[in-house]
Ligand binder design. Structure first.
Ligand code: SF4
Length: 305
């Protein structure tokens, strides 16, 4: 990595198979919803897998979204291609499709033996459909099929003593981070703190990311909406080799002094108090989108208006 001094290799690529989702959760980082646009073709997945092979350090490929089961045939084919390429594979889903035991098994059957992690969103934002608790039904079906499975959940904003998360949400409960739709819908529900306090990024390893997200347009995100290149325009090895975090227009100030430094560096107007680091970061980035359109992309990550 030129100039970055990165020693930890990139080992995970998380494919946002689609920005579409059947739900429209308040806490969603990526503004997933029924009216969102942007879905990967199988061709794009194959291109990404080729780039992952070329990099040589990728171990895990995750399929997430949005809700990846909305594009079931592409998901099944993508998972199989990823396995054939020698990667370990995981899926993150809200399990809306697990409407009965039989249906859940039918949906999961094609993945048996191909995935090593099924992460199911199960919290106050996800869950019941026509009286059926879909995540529970999906988890039981996965267990019957011998598939490794865990619940991931996001706590209510007011919950105390719940840690945030690093990377993909871990099994168990994580705190809301106020970025994406959560910044607009939920930030007012917690006590805000002075903006100067937010002097680091607590959640992402921006200097040496162990995993990054890639979206249907090829954008490579070190945090949702902060891009370090486009995989459909440049080879992944070249992007990672050229990544110089200190020189990156957003990552640089974040490393130097967190979201507060982004505000200072660009002289941005701001409120006196924010809900958390991500709230200030996201608010600052929204103001900088015209200045750094290829870095603070795509529109899907920044919501309407
Ligand atoms: S502070 Fe910014 S870069 Fe760090 S996790 Fe929050 S939104 Fe992402």
């Amino acid at each position: 990595m030129s100039g970055s001094g990165q020693s930890r290799p990139l080992t995970g690529l998380h494919l946002l198979l689609t920005y579409e989702c059947n739900y429209e959760c308040d806490h969603c980082f990526v503004w997933g919803g029924p009216s969102q646009t942007g879905t990967m073709s199988l061709e794009t997945i194959e291109h990404i897998l080729g780039e992952a092979r070329a990099l040589g350090t990728i171990e895990w490929i995750y399929f997430e979204g949005g809700e990846p089961f909305l594009y079931y045939d592409t998901l099944v084919s993508g998972v199989r291609r990823a396995r054939e390429s020698g990667f370990r594979v995981g899926i993150v889903t809200n399990a809306y499709w697990a409407t009965s035991e039989a249906e859940a098994e039918r949906q999961l059957q094609p993945f048996v033996g191909h995935i090593e992690d099924l992460s199911i969103s199960s919290d106050a934002y996800h869950g019941k459909k026509d009286g059926v608790t879909c995540p529970d039904v999906a988890r039981e079906a996965a267990r019957r099929l011998g598939m490794p499975v865990d619940f991931i959940s996001v706590a209510e904003p007011e919950a105390t003593g719940v840690a945030g998360s690093f990377g993909k949400l871990p099994a168990g409960e994580s705190a809301v981070l106020f970025r994406g739709r959560a910044a607009e819908r939920l930030a007012s529900r917690v006590a805000a703190k002075p903006w100067e306090q937010f002097d680091r990024c607590p959640w992402e390893d921006l200097r040496a990311p162990g995993r990054v997200h890639v979206d249907p347009f090829g954008y490579l995100h070190v945090c949702q909406g902060i891009c370090i290149g486009n995989l459909l325009q440049r080879p992944l090895p070249e992007i990672m080799n050229d990544y110089d975090p200190d020189e990156h227009p957003i990552v640089g100030p974040l490393l130097a002094g967190g979201p507060a430094e982004v505000v200072r560096r660009y002289g941005l107007p701001h409120e006196g108090r924010y809900a958390d680091h991500c709230h200030l970061c996201y608010s600052a980035r929204r103001q900088l989108r015209d200045r750094f359109p290829e870095v603070l992309a795509p529109d899907q990550m920044y919501g309407p208006g």
